[in-house]
Design a protein around this ligand. Structure first.
Ligand code: GDP
Ligand code: MG
Length: 192
């Protein structure tokens, strides 16, 4: 067999086929206007046909990552309503989180830190994969948060970091592949 070494043990333990399609629930968090829905629509392959401010969407898509298929259920529901119940559910239900800020908006960056802290509180004993995303990297002249600040913050908060531009479709696929890799890493070490 030519499958990679790390697969051998858990493919035996898990139910049957080693090509088993893993489903990952990924939740988008972040302040209003940072680009969550734009990123989600690109991921979902939905063109921005109508400029409606729709909230509360879920996108389902399979991606190939490292020659293994993964299904992502992406929740863009953080701003769906303001009920504390929904926020609480969001903090509970994710297998992984994408915390988005805009590089053109310092306060959204500060909000991202708050969200990271809230998430840690909600899921204390768990080691959940999180990617901090600095979106709108195309807006060079109105940048308020440097790439270094972003990555330094990610180090402090013990999560991954990537800058994206939803407008240019830059790094968006990398972001979602990164999330899958993070979840797999956690899963594989847990099953040791
Ligand atoms: P949300 O409130 O977090 O869901 O943010 P939206 O996805 O609705 O985006 C808010 C606004 O920012 C919209 O007008 C988007 O077109 C714009 N936007 C989102 N991502 C980018 C980006 O990467 N670059 C630029 N220039 N604008 C963006
Ligand atoms: Mg939105």
């Amino acid at each position: 067999r030519d499958s990679c070494v790390s697969d051998s043990s858990d493919s035996v333990i898990s139910s049957g086929s080693d090509a088993e399609n893993q489903l990952y629930k990924v939740v988008l968090l972040g302040e209003h206007g940072v680009g969550k829905s734009s990123l989600a629509r690109i991921f979902g392959g939905v063109e921005e046909a109508h400029d409606s401010e729709e909230t509360g969407n879920t996108y389902d898509r399979s991606v190939m990552v490292d020659e293994e298929e993964a299904s992502i259920l992406l929740y863009d529901v953080w701003e769906q309503d303001n009920s504390p119940w929904l926020k609480e559910q969001c903090m509970k239900m994710g297998d992984a989180y994408i915390i988005v800020y805009s590089v053109t908006d310092k306060s959204s960056f500060e909000k991202a830190s708050e969200l990271r802290i809230q998430l840690r509180r909600a899921r204390q004993s768990e080691n959940i994969p999180i990617i901090l995303v600095g979106n709108k990297s195309d807006l060079v002249r109105s940048r308020e948060v440097s790439k270094d600040e972003g990555s330094a913050c990610a180090v402090v908060f013990d999560c991954k970091f990537i800058e994206t531009s939803a407008s240019l479709h830059h790094n968006v696929l990398d972001l979602f592949q990164g999330i899958v890799r993070q979840v797999r890493l956690r899963r594989d070490t847990k099953e040791e």
